[in-house]
Design a protein around this ligand. Structure first.
Ligand code: M6R
Length: 610
């Protein structure tokens, strides 16, 4: 996700901007850039001059460009870009500059109505050079600029839909940085005769521990020794700074002990990002397939956690679209010898770099299939191997254990299934509306789960000494059982297996003892009674039984040894809160076992070998 830093004060801006930007590297990025107002302009007659540098690649790469070409100046902004619109490239990197070359802007977020704004700006003669949504903002501000930068920003933002944190400088107003935010984070660091802006606290902690959090739809004029905050109508807002009590190390993980926990807690926001601009009338403008003639069946291919999302996707697709849906492991797909393949193949990969999934994409194309990739990483290798790309937009995931990306994949699959079902006419407006309304409730459902971890922390005490743990589920929660087991084994090193609950009696039951906990996932649907029976069978073999079920289940506490409840949701959507609980179970178990968690032994975030 993009990172923003700004500095205004008596010191040279460039080293401060670079140093602070490095503190935001953990957010993930693909390009970096800087703009500074240079006040020692000998070559021109101007009092001050905007100078910028940017490129694809690392901050070190940007630094090497600056090494021979230091920009002197005491006000500047800088940026790390995590591509959303347009692949990583020099022209798509920030800052973006207006047609006059005097105005520079950096942005984090997504401008949803950029296409409409772009058309208008082009008609007015603006030359758009990048593929980004961001560049539209800089031209919009230029269009509204009449000698007052803050006024132009306010006026422009009133016409913008979407999320933004922005920082803007103009060479004719070198005494200020104008910033604004809506749904994307931005903080102001309060110094002594100097001020800072940043996407996140770690960027400024070296210089100050006093910060002001900007709220949605607020703008601020930041000078050396004053910070003025106002709403988009120009009404002044009074806000005091707060003292940060974390140290730098803590702050990079946002105060969380591990990235994995941070990323689980980010799931509420991640779901909102996945849904943004897509739920309502569901459209996937990125898809070139709108013809229902190709929808004869769907195959989903992936590895690991993405494979489990795919298996859940099979239940979602079959329920909503009525299309036969098969799922294959990417590493096995190439060996299959189908007489005919489904024409639509969806490849799911968080990183977009998994070698097995890339090979499967090539094979699917070779077989003449239409391919769609669901990935989190813009410009990743998979995007060059498929016909269409859908980005899941959950932001960078640093912990090896996939958490928020899994939830993001599920939400994207619900959206895609509703979209295809509507295209095929299998979903009438009323049930479609209900499904979309339920999707909109999921952020608050997940928020309730992550804000209530005490029962989970208590429950995991019974898992830490186990050598084997079984997870069981039926129907749409059978893949949840597989994913729960994978999450636990990869970070806690406790052997765990997931089974369809009905399969226990066909073999695994032989392994059950009082030392083999069984975690059963239930939802109040047509599978409920059957899985309760399986749970009783396990209990009869003295296995400790833990049930994960919905809040309205008032029977299970009489049967299971321990119960974890999730907020009531229709069973089709239960894999979402269930996934969050299972991730937290894995996390707190691994923590109790003293494991490293974010970097488990032998594993890598991107598996680029076959
Ligand atoms: O980047 P991908 O989604 O293609 O990665 C696939 C698997 O390597 C990945 O999901 C792996 O299983 C996770 N570390 C599990 O948490």
């Amino acid at each position: 996700m993009c990172g923003i830093v700004g500095y205004i004060g008596p010191k040279q801006a460039q080293p401060i901007l670079i140093e602070s930007l490095k503190r935001l590297e953990y957010r993930g990025y693909d390009s970096a850039g800087i703009a500074i107002i240079n006040e020692e302009t000998k070559k021109t007659s101007k009092k001050s001059e905007l100078i910028f540098r940017k490129d694809q690649g690392t901050i070190d790469n940007l630094t090497s460009i600056l090494d021979n070409n230091t920009i002197s100046g005491r006000v500047g902004i800088s940026h790390t870009r995590w591509a959303t619109h347009g692949p990583p490239s020099k022209k798509n990197a920030h800052p973006h500059i207006d047609c006059t070359g005097k105005l520079a802007l950096v942005h984090n977020g997504i401008i949803e109505n950029y296409n409409q704004l772009k058309d208008k700006l082009i008609k007015k003669g603006h030359e758009i050079v990048s593929e980004t949504d961001t560049e539209i903002l800089v031209h919009l501000i230029e269009d509204n600029y009449n000698g007052d930068l803050a006024m132009a920003v306010r006026k422009s933002l009133k016409t913008v839909k979407g999320s933004y944190a922005i920082a803007v400088i103009h060479e004719t107003e070198p005494d200020r940085i104008v910033v604004a935010r809506n749904e994307s984070p931005l903080i102001l660091g309060v110094g002594s005769n100097e001020n800072f802006i940043a996407s996140d606290v770690p960027a400024v902690l070296k210089y100050t521990k006093r910060v002001i959090y900007l709220h949605n739809k607020e703008i601020s004029i930041v000078n050396n020794n004053s910070i003025e905050i106002m709403d988009l109508d120009g009404n002044t807002i009074e806000r005091d700074w707060q003292e940060i009590t974390w140290n730098l190390e803590d702050a990079e993980k946002g105060g969380f002990e591990h990235y994995m926990l941070k990323e689980i807690f980010e799931e509420t926001k991640a779901i909102r990002e996945v849904l943004r601009g897509r739920v309502g009338e569901i459209i996937f403008p990125e898809l070139s397939i709108y013809s229902n003639t190709i929808f004869h069946g769907i195959k989903i291919i992936a590895c690991g956690t993405s494979y489990h999302a795919s298996l859940t996707g099979k239940y979602i697709f079959e329920r909503l679209t009525r299309l036969p849906t098969t799922v294959e492991m990417a590493s096995e797909y190439r060996y299959s010898e189908p007489t005919h393949d489904t024409p639509l193949v969806i490849l799911i990969t968080q990183s977009g770099e998994t070698a097995d999934t890339l090979a499967a994409a090539r094979e699917a194309r070779r077989r003449g299939c239409r391919t769609i990739a669901l990935t989190n990483v813009v410009g990743s290798s998979i995007t060059r191997e498929v016909d269409d790309i859908i980005y899941i937009r959950v932001g960078p995931e640093i912990s090896v254990a996939a958490t928020k990306s899994f939830v993001g994949q599920l939400i994207t699959l619900y959206l895609l299934a509703i979209f295809i079902a509507e295209v095929l006419g299998h979903l009438k407006p009323e049930p479609a509306k209900e499904l979309k309304e339920t999707l909109r409730t999921l952020p608050s459902v997940v928020e309730r789960v992550v804000n209530n971890t005490s029962e989970i922390k208590n429950m995991v005490k019974s898992l830490v000494s186990a050598k084997h743990i079984f997870y069981i589920g039926r129907n749409i929660n059978y893949p949840s059982a597989l994913e729960g087991a994978l999450k636990l084994k990869e970070i806690s090193y406790i052997h765990a297996e997931g089974f369809p609950a009905g399969e226990l009696k066909h073999g695994p039951l032989a392994l059950l003892t009082k030392d083999t906990p069984v975690i059963a996932i239930l939802s109040k649907d047509h599978t409920y009674d059957k899985i309760v029976s399986n749970l009783i069978e396990a209990s009869a073999r003295n296995a400790p039984v833990i049930a994960i079920t919905s809040e309205s289940d008032d029977e299970i506490q009489n049967i299971a040894d321990q119960v974890l409840y999730y907020p009531d949701v229709p069973s089709l959507f239960s894999p979402v809160p269930v996934a969050v609980i299972l991730q937290l179970v894995a996390y707190y178990t691994a923590k109790k076992c003293g494991c490293t968690i974010d970097k488990p032994r032998n594993l890598a975030k991107s598996v680029t070998v076959e």
